[in-house]
Design a protein around this ligand. Structure first.
Ligand SMILES: NC(=O)c1ccc[n+]([C@@H]2O[C@H](COP(=O)([O-])OP(=O)(O)OC[C@H]3O[C@@H](n4cnc5c(N)ncnc54)[C@H](OP(=O)(O)O)[C@@H]3O)[C@@H](O)[C@H]2O)c1
Length: 289
């Protein structure tokens, strides 16, 4: 018999791709989203939709895991500089997921798959990494069977650079030599669904090709325009720490952006879609504001 799944974060860049795959497999899915916009996005794939701010306590989502066997959480705060829904990384990535986890433990859920972030265990001075790691620790202590997937950046996460390119500048922090194998959210969704019933406790996942940050910026420049500008690491840090220049939310995102773009971020190779193919698939008018 098929097991019922709760997909938290179902309307996000990754969550929606996971939802589509589960729908294709005719799995029974309950979706948790935050916004009215989120409800609209998931409506074509499930009628069992809960809309709540899961960071506001367990009451708001009481029994969301009743009759659920497996939870997949792609719920988290967007790392995009162009999106801010108000709450902090700790509130969304840690508290919201912890409230779902509490409910899952109470209702006897069998398995929990959590999408964290590459670097969660290494960069605890950054709020983005710390919030994911705090939830990883809670999940590991919960007694549930689990898999934590720590992906490198998604192609959709690089849209920020593409948006900036449209506005004529592609900033690269440091020398641009750091390497990464970013992954398309569709390819990552396949990895998530492959772990539905079993998998290792932790898996660090990347895409099919490794590029330097400079190579990726040049690909964006070629496809979209703008000009690659190298920002020395020290200058980038000053901008991030000056409160009059950026608010706490943007500062947390910029700090993590600097960390991931100046350190190698490479996960196990998965998927097929290349960054160049992704850029070619973008509709510059519709997909980038
Ligand atoms: N983007 C990247 O490059 C990247 C790389 C590695 C790891 N990750 C991690 O992967 C996860 C998914 O990323 P993504 O880019 O798909 O995120 P996203 O597009 O911002 O989607 C986040 C999802 O979580 C929901 N959500 C957020 N806060 C909530 C709350 N308090 N209560 C209920 N639902 C809430 C959103 O609902 P609404 O749509 O209704 O607002 C949305 O469905 C995140 O944890 C992120 O840190 C991302």
């Amino acid at each position: 018999m098929k097991k019922k799944i709760l997909l938290a974060g179902a309307s996000g860049a990754l969550g929606l791709e996971v939802l589509k795959l589960l729908h294709d497999r005719e799995e029974e899915v309950r979706a948790l989203v935050h916004s009215a916009d989120g409800v609209e996005k998931v409506g074509a794939y499930t009628q069992d939709i809960w809309r709540a701010d899961a960071s506001e306590g367990t009451e708001k989502i009481k029994d969301i895991t009743k009759d659920i066997s497996i939870v997949i959480s792609t719920l988290g705060k967007s790392v995009s500089l162009f999106t801010n829904r108000g709450k902090s990384f700790v509130e969304n990535d840690f508290y919201a997921n912890s409230n779902v986890l509490d409910d899952a433990v109470k209702n006897g859920v069998e398995r929990f798959i959590y999408v964290s972030i590459k670097g969660a265990d290494k960069a605890l001075e950054y709020e983005v990494a710390k919030s994911h790691k705090m939830f990883e620790d809670a999940l590991q202590a919960s007694g549930l069977n689990y898999t934590i997937i720590r992906p490198v950046g998604f192609f959709s996460g690089l849209n920020d650079l593409a948006i900036m390119a449209k506005r004529k500048v592609i900033p690269i922090v440091g020398d641009g030599h750091a390497r990464t194998n970013s992954i398309h959210q569709k390819d990552l969704a396949k990895v998530v669904v492959d772990h539905l019933y079993e998998g290792p406790e932790i898996r660090e996942v990347g895409g099919p090709l490794v590029h330097t940050r400079m190579e990726m910026a040049k690909m964006i420049e070629k496809k979209i325009g703008g000009k690659v500008i190298q920002v020395p690491e020290k200058v980038a840090e000053w901008g991030m720490f000056l409160p009059e220049m950026v608010d706490d939310d943007v500062s947390a995102k910029l700090k993590y952006f600097k960390f991931v773009t100046t350190n190698d971020m490479i996960g196990e190779k998965h998927g097929e879609i290349t960054f160049e193919e992704y850029l070619n698939s973008l509709d510059l008018e519709k997909d980038l504001p």
